[in-house]
Design a protein around this ligand. Sequence first.
Ligand code: G6P
Length: 479
Amino acid sequence: MPARSHGTHEFVVVANRLPVDVTIDDEGEMSWTRSPGGLVTALAPLMRDGDGAWVGWSGAPDAELTPFDADGMRLWPVPLSAMEVQRYYEGFSNSTLWPLYHDVIVEPDYHRIWWNAYLEVNRRFAEAAASAATQNATVWVHDYQLQLVPAMLRRLRPDVRIGFFNHIPFPPVEIFGQLPWRKQMVEGLLGADLVGFQRTGDAANFLRAVRRFTTYTTRGQVITIGPHWTRPERHVRAATFPISIDSAELDALARTEAVQQRAADIRRELGDPDVLLLGVDRLDYTKGIRHRIKAFGELLREEKVSAPATVLVQVASPSRERVEQYVTLRQEVEVTVGHINGEFGSLGRSAISYLHHFYPHEEMAALYRAADVMLVTSLRDGMNLVAKEYVAARHDLGGVLVLSEFAGAADELSQALLINPHDIEGLKSAIITAIEMDPREARRRMRGLRKRVMENDVAHWANSFLSVLEAMPQRTSHV
Ligand code: G6P
């Protein structure tokens, strides 16, 4: 293999998106604003300490950007053509892998042309990471869009330590086995030294997939690869690291006078309801938004609750709007909301306030503070950070969390009211239980939930992952 020239960064994050929103004006001038998100908050200090770089896509098709500095981090844009956005991002990532990994809630599409684009784009990310990383650097690759990067990067740079974290579920082998490229996908991930998952069930599913689709042996969490020809035996660990949020930041924000005032204003604007139910999601079919709205509609129809004394605020932020299943979902949700409001709303008062927008952090914190019951009804969800955000915003110990057992957060947040969102009767009775819960019982539950969320924040998550990765035996360099 020809010697490669190495970069200068000791710590390199590789994710589909850069942690900034990039805008390019008509003259081709680029500007950026920091995009909020737990991942960047957790990793930013490590990036500054460790001379870090972040490799990712700017979000704009056909943008050829050179590396630039933002917030003390070196950002390393990977360009995607409009065709690649269609085939790699909307196609293979979000119409093949996303539905496949979320229990085939909608049918995945398998197209060889999309797979080829996925291969090509993963190669480009691996090359960018190889150019950014210094000798013996640590490279942390994120999520389902980039599962081939670990093995591609290892081939280019056998000296670097490679971690991979899967933010979404890893499906049971019977479902994963549908993927025509299942073996390549497993081999891609096994390029890492450490493969991290949200839930123990995800790590177990991955280990089963390794046993089923490769000849490698596994012992507990450890997979043994090789030896092959000139390469010595190598070990890969598959383990669980449940992700979290910047709990202290949200807790502090929710305590501010401005947020508390806004929470009171929101309730007033809604006509001072007795009960405010809240849903906050990306508009995605994995989130169970239709199930939630159906349950609320039935409760109104059966007069178990009445509007406008009880209202549902549903924030559904726009997502993947060019993918067919998302277009269909939006239509279905909006038609159902329209029906319910037509039937149960009154002049100037809706039963459901449906908001298809992005909101700033402050507004979200105020909504969490204002809501009596938070509804998280995912049909399948890697973690669901909204559940943790709600808890972090409730230093007053008010509010009740209704949480799907199919969200990763359910493993940790067992003091929520856990529900099966497919069981509409069960969901309805959990909503009533939440509304009628004795305030002392609600506070006791919220205290337990807060202990978990405040102690296990996203910095704790990142540090746990990286310390296990750093403790993996160091290999000798082949370059
Ligand atoms: C999920 C995925 C992320 C993704 C995010 C937003 O949380 O795990 O990798 O970035 O959704 O989706 P988008 O397609 O807009 O990046």
